[in-house]
Design a protein. Structure first.
Length: 184
């Protein structure tokens, strides 16, 4: 079973969460965790499950201007923010624009500030909408992992991400077994 985890990350938190989700999924034979710039159509086409996550910017998925604002904030003198190695490329929104319709299983996650979702918004809702628009079938509810206002992961979020990855792996195994069971 091939599983692809695709992430967008400005400051590295979503990258860390994506890696932890990948660890949780790890019992599956082939799990690949890649930044959005390296998530080729071919990789997506070959995957049995595609997990997609990005940071919440201005209540939803990032845009070019919000990623530019993130880069500018990190460049300010005295800023403690560090850019993720792949922060300067395109985001998930543009990635989805170039993705053809594809029928495979999927799941969405985001990172957002640790406050009520009504106030922060959730990029995972937009990601989920895009997944469905492209014909992908979600096997789990979209989920958020939390960062502090200073942009550090809240304690316990990596463990929660590993746990979510494990849950996705078990769901895939159950679905595969169900399909086999239903075969004539
Ligand atoms: C331009 C910009 C806008 C943001 N807007 C929101 C927001 O509306 N809601 C929220 O919860 N977090 C917001 N954040 C915080 C990000 O969600 C946070 O930086 C991100 O989850 C960290 O992930 P990363 O380290 O992978 O970039 C914003 C951050 C930036 C840079």
């Amino acid at each position: 079973m091939k599983i692809l985890v695709v992430y967008e990350s400005s400051y590295g938190n979503t990258h860390l969460i994506a890696s932890a989700v990948g660890e949780g999924l790890g019992e599956a034979p082939e799990v690949e965790v890649v930044p959005v710039a390296k998530a080729t159509r071919e990789l997506v086409r070959q995957a049995d499950l595609v997990v997609v996550g990005g940071p919440t910017h201005v209540h939803g998925m990032s845009r070019e201007q919000t990623r530019r604002a993130a880069i500018d904030a990190a460049a300010k003198p005295g800023s403690s923010l560090r850019l993720d190695p792949d922060a300067e490329g395109a985001g998930l929104r543009e990635w989805f624009d170039g993705l053809p319709p594809i029928t495979t299983k999927a799941a969405a996650f985001d990172t957002r500030v640790d406050a009520a979702a009504l106030i922060t918004g959730r990029a995972s809702k937009g990601i989920s909408r895009q997944l469905r628009r492209h014909g992908l079938h979600e096997i789990a509810e979209p989920v958020s992992f939390l960062v502090t206002k200073e942009n550090h992961l809240v304690d316990g979020q990596l463990a929660a991400a590993r746990q979510w990855g494990k849950m996705l792996a078990s769901t895939m195994i159950e679905l595969t077994a169900g399909t086999r069971g239903a075969a004539p």
